[in-house]
Design a protein around this ligand. Structure first.
Ligand code: BES
Ligand code: MN
Ligand code: ZN
Length: 498
């Protein structure tokens, strides 16, 4: 989808749909009030009749033959003024995009200066909602749903609005590519399949982007005994996917390290999962998919920051060669791990991926992982949980989440939790039969492998892949692209601070 910015009056915009945000309020405001005047009080009358409510997730369309250059007018509800935020605009835009994508080629949005968001913030949210809300997960149907939306215009003459809209379009397009990765079936998106997609991303344009994806022999040679143990049960060989983005204009002393869990299918291994919804464990690579897509986005945006993305791609399979409870593994940093539960495999992959990201020069590290079902139970589908060894870094991650729509909420690390992963036989164990503090235990485990310097862990088990849709602009089941928007915002802020 193209993103355009058009100057001009509402009457002069040529588009299949002209859209404006509508508050749930007695008085019409901003562009809606202006249009009402132009249309002889029609919108006021429709509001009085209850046809225009401004409620979230309503976007009634009106045909106004000849009154406007646009073919239709849509007034998308953003709810009560006190509750208006970027998510309300995303939801309004997503509702309209979902409705209009079957028949409209173009949508043009008017902004409202009276809202508590700047025009640039409004534009960004509208782009997010339109791109993410028009996404169709049914790519594997022999007759895919019609998709005709080709262009999205924001009506504005403000250069900052144009810049925000274009940037948001690039980021959201990559978020949708991350969704494609998460939704791809596990027989298609094997670890090698994911490595091939990463290679396509690296080949896609930027001369400063490179990729390599060594297999199990090299993973073993690097001493990655934890990652290798998870990988050993599958006939689909593992890949260690490394993406480097090294733009010439970046300063030399800051490298953003992005670590991703990419378990292309998590059966649980010998500690096998129950069957209900096990098919959704194809989405257990959503963290790694987000890292790959985000690096692609940063390269396309020419973000002036060095980035290294390290993604551990493997299946967690059942089989004669699978690792078992009781096994003791040695990770690449030399620490030994007793296996209690083979379903706690993501932390084992990251135990080797995190030190490797440090070895490759990451000064500021953040990992993305669908790590614990307990995080989904705790925070549901809206906030991911963030843990960090550095409160400034955690704050930057949380604020990047808020600003981007990939919401994240701070969670604690504390030395007292370390005993949850104390083992009688090894340096630590990967799980605990007690079901207390599962997400915290997992984070405390990762902490042992985070190395020196700021590190944050984002547990996106609830936000990365939806078993049940969220009924806002992310109304689809499956991959959400969570993390791509957050990473792009974080990189921007880190580049600006550096
Ligand atoms: N991939 C799962 C976590 C998960 C569950 C993500 C549901 C998304 C939705 C992870 O590998 C896992 O199985 N975690 C276990 C940990 C337990 C064995 C300590 C879990 O959460 O049950
Ligand atoms: Mn698991
Ligand atoms: Zn898993």
């Amino acid at each position: 989808m193209r993103v355009e910015v058009q100057a001009g009056s509402p009457e002069s915009v040529e588009s299949d749909v002209l859209a404006a945000p509508l508050l749930a309020a007695k008085e019409l405001t901003g562009p809606v009030a202006a249009l009402n005047g132009r249309l002889g009080g029609l919108l006021e009358r429709l509001a009085e009749q209850g046809e225009l409510t401004g409620r979230l997730k309503t976007a009634p369309l009106f045909h106004l033959d000849g009154e406007l250059k646009a073919n239709r007018l849509a007034l998308a509800g953003i709810g009560a003024r006190e509750a208006v935020d970027a998510d309300a605009l995303r939801t309004a835009a997503g509702t309209l995009a979902r409705e209009a994508r079957g028949y409209a080629r173009s949508i043009a949005w008017l902004l409202d200066d009276s809202l508590p968001l700047s025009p640039a913030e409004q534009a960004r949210a509208i782009v997010d909602g339109t791109f993410l809300g028009s996404y169709d997960p049914g790519r594997w149907k022999t007759e895919p749903a019609p998709e005709r939306l080709e262009s999205l215009a924001i009506v504005s003459d403000d250069e900052a609005v144009g810049e925000a809209a274009r940037r948001a379009g690039v980021v959201a397009e990559w978020a949708n590519r991350a969704r494609d990765l998460a939704n791809a079936p596990p027989n298609e998106l094997t670890p090698e399949g994911l490595a091939d997609r990463a290679a396509e991303v690296a080949a896609g344009g930027s001369p400063h982007l490179s990729v390599e994806a060594p297999g199990l022999t090299e993973i073993r040679e690097l001493g990655m005994g934890a990652f290798a143990a998870v990988a050993q049960g599958s006939h689909n060989p593992a890949r260690l996917i490394v993406l480097r983005y090294e733009p010439p204009q970046a300063r030399g002393d800051v490298v953003l390290g992005l670590a991703g869990k990419a378990v292309t299918f998590d059966t649980g291994g010998i500690s096998i999962k129950k069957p209900a919804y096990m098919e959704d464990m194809k989405g257990d690579m959503a963290g790694g998919g987000a890292v790959i897509a985000a690096v692609g986005a940063l390269a396309e945006l020419e973000c002036p920051l060095q980035v290294v993305g390290v993604v551990g791609a493997t299946e967690n399979a059942v089989g004669g060669g699978a690792f078992r409870p009781g096994d003791i593994l040695t990770a690449m940093n030399g620490k030994t791990i007793e296996i209690i539960n083979t379903d706690a495999e993501g932390r084992l992959v990251l135990a080797d991926v995190l030190p490797y990201a440090r070895q490759l020069g990451a000064t500021h590290l953040v990992d993305f992982a669908t790590l614990t079902g307990a995080m989904e139970r705790a925070l549901g589908d809206f906030y991911a949980g963030v843990f960090a060894n550095d409160s400034e870094w955690r704050t930057l991650v949380v604020e990047s989440g808020e600003a981007s729509g990939d919401h994240a909420w701070p969670w604690p690390l504390h030395p007292r939790y370390r005993r949850y992963v104390d083992s009688d036989y090894a340096d630590l164990k990967n799980s605990n039969i007690r079901s207390q503090g599962v997400p915290v235990l997992a984070a405390e485990f990762l902490h042992e492998f985070a190395g020196e310097g700021p590190w944050a862990h984002v547990d996106m088990a609830g936000t990365g892949f939806f078993t049940w849709p969220r009924h806002d602009y992310l109304w689809q089941r499956g991959g959400t692209g969570y993390g791509v928007r957050l990473i792009c915002e974080l990189a921007d802020r880190l580049a600006a601070a550096a």
